[in-house]
Design a protein around this ligand. Structure first.
Ligand code: GRF
Length: 227
């Protein structure tokens, strides 16, 4: 079977860019057949810009506060992405909501990563909200962006335990490690043409290598008296 071509990526960031780094690393390892055509930050001081430059990736700073409306900002972002023939947009710690200007231009082709097991704890304080609620299992979600906050069809999720004594930082770091695994994985599934959106569901077509692991994560662990 013919292999799918390399996917042309645009990555939008606002901060540290560790997820951007994970995508770059996956490409360098040969685990992800993608080319990052452009990294856009809405903040000039985003550390992720430096990561991109270090790898010779083109960057652009498009400051949202310089635009009179969300739509105007989105039009500038869209023009830059179209200019580089971007096919898939990855939001990697991008802290802005996108308007229909962007979402209609890239239907089913904008992915985001969020640090909670959606639909629980949407918004900017996923790990903090999880701790305060008292859940025992937290995690992260890659999803296709639709209008609204963290509501689009789910592509991949990873779960981690919430440990006694966790604070927001500790839990966020444990989750972030998994973000770095599942975001490149989700992009790779897209590149391979294996994702199909059916209503709220994302069907993952293909071989047994993506058979879900059947081992449950139970937290706290159940101590079986017979063992
Ligand atoms: C991640 O935890 C992501 O889930 C959230 O913001 C953080 C971004 O981290 N939306 P980075 O900029 O990729 O390091």
């Amino acid at each position: 079977m013919a292999e799918n071509p390399t996917v042309k990526l645009g990555v939008l960031i606002s901060g540290t860019g560790s997820n951007l780094q994970a995508i770059i690393d996956a490409i360098l390892r040969g685990d992800l057949k993608a080319e990052i055509r452009l990294v856009i930050s809405n903040r000039p001081d985003a550390q992720g810009l430096e990561r991109a430059r270090r790898h010779g990736i083109e960057t652009a700073v498009i400051e949202h506060r310089k635009f009179p409306s969300r739509e105007d900002f989105d039009r500038a972002v869209l023009a830059a992405l179209r200019d580089r023939s971007v096919e898939l947009v990855a939001l990697a710690g991008f802290m802005r909501l996108l308007s229909p200007v962007m979402l209609d231009a890239f239907p089913g082709r904008v992915m985001n990563i969020h640090n909670s097991l959606l639909p629980s704890f949407p918004g900017i304080h996923g790990p903090k909200d999880a701790i305060e609620y008292g859940v025992k299992i937290a995690g992260c979600t890659v999803f296709f962006v639709t209008p609204g906050v963290d509501v689009g069809p789910v592509i991949v999720q990873a779960a981690v335990p919430v440990m006694p004594g966790d604070d927001e930082q500790l839990l966020a770091a444990r989750i972030l490690e998994q973000e770095h695994r599942i975001f490149p994985h989700a992009i790779s599934l897209f590149q391979q043409g294996r994702l199909e959106i059916r209503g709220r569901q994302v069907i993952i077509r293909g071989d047994s290598s993506t058979t879900p692991s059947s081992s449950p994560l139970v937290n706290p662990a159940v101590i079986d008296s017979k063992s």
